[in-house]
Design a protein around this ligand. Structure first.
Ligand SMILES: [Mn+2]
Length: 278
């Protein structure tokens, strides 16, 4: 069993730092308790009998997206809300095997209710590569090779960062217009009731309406490590964990679907929250 004594190595009166370490450990425990969702004084609210479904990072797993679509449809049939919304948290492409299939599905609006699709850092990298081919130097290290492959193109040049303008040109020609329209229509954040949705997170100390796109798409440690109040419960993907992470100020639902096979959806009711998982 994990006890204070076992962590501190036992009480030893000859160790002058024992009390310091005990105090530090209690402070850490107190901070963890403060961050636990049970301590939230005011649970975030949604208007009326609304239901919101937030879906985490898909990363080329068209198979899991299809299963999630069915899980959400079944939940809608069971709960029959007055109003419902799906919020996709970004990172539809890269790493996994079928980015093209994911974009094809999403561009055709697979969910039976209104859907807001957010921009992830991976979609931003793809769009940048099409405009500025040298950006492929970085993108290839983030799973971009799998995306290019899914569109039926040769990947040797991208893999070795050769002839990047030609690769970008070929990819432009291979991506259908309706996929491009979907990618160009992505927004960087969305707010509903007491919730704020974005891909990566927010910068502590900056008002939600003043957040920079760079942070909304990329931030990690400064956001994950903060127990500050952000002004709304932030629902995000981007930083993977085995299980969804529910903190006092944020809920993370990137469960590494492309490698775990587990795509996670946070289902929010007016005063409730639950998870759907493939
Ligand atoms: Mn990401």
């Amino acid at each position: 069993m994990l006890t204070l004594a076992s962590i501190l190595g036992g009480r030893d009166s000859s160790d002058p730092h024992w009390l310091d370490r005990a105090r530090m450990f209690r402070r850490v425990l107190a901070a963890l308790r403060k961050a636990s969702p049970g301590q939230q004084p005011e649970p975030p609210q949604l208007p009326g009998r609304m239901r919101v479904y937030a879906v985490g990072d898909i990363h080329g797993r068209a198979d899991l997206l299809a299963r999630m679509r069915d899980l959400i449809a079944a939940d809608l049939a069971r709960t029959a809300p007055d109003e419902a919304l799906v919020v996709l948290l970004g990172d539809y492409i890269d790493r996994g095997p079928d980015s093209k299939g994911v974009l094809e599905s999403l561009a055709r609006e697979p969910f039976p209710v209104p859907t807001v699709a957010l921009l992830g850092n991976h979609e931003a990298m793809l769009l940048e590569f099409l405009e500025r081919p040298q950006a492929g130097e970085a993108w290839r290290r983030f799973g971009g090779i799998e995306t290019v492959h899914s569109y039926g193109l040769e990947v040797a040049d991208l893999r070795s960062a050769n002839n990047l303008p030609a690769v970008a040109q070929a990819l432009k020609a291979a991506i259908p217009d309706h996929h491009m329209a979907f990618l160009r229509g992505l927004q960087t954040s969305h707010r509903v009731g007491g919730y704020f949705f974005c891909h990566a997170g927010v910068r502590p100390g900056v008002p939600l309406e003043g957040q920079r796109e760079e942070d909304l798409l990329w931030i990690r440690d400064e956001f994950i490590g903060s127990d500050a109040s952000f002004g709304a419960m932030v629902v995000h993907g981007h930083t993977p964990s085995e299980q969804p992470t529910v903190r006092g100020n944020a809920i993370g639902i990137d469960t590494g679907a492309y490698i775990t096979g587990r795509l996670t959806c946070l289902a929010l009711g007016p005063t409730s929250m639950s998870f759907l998982s493939t």
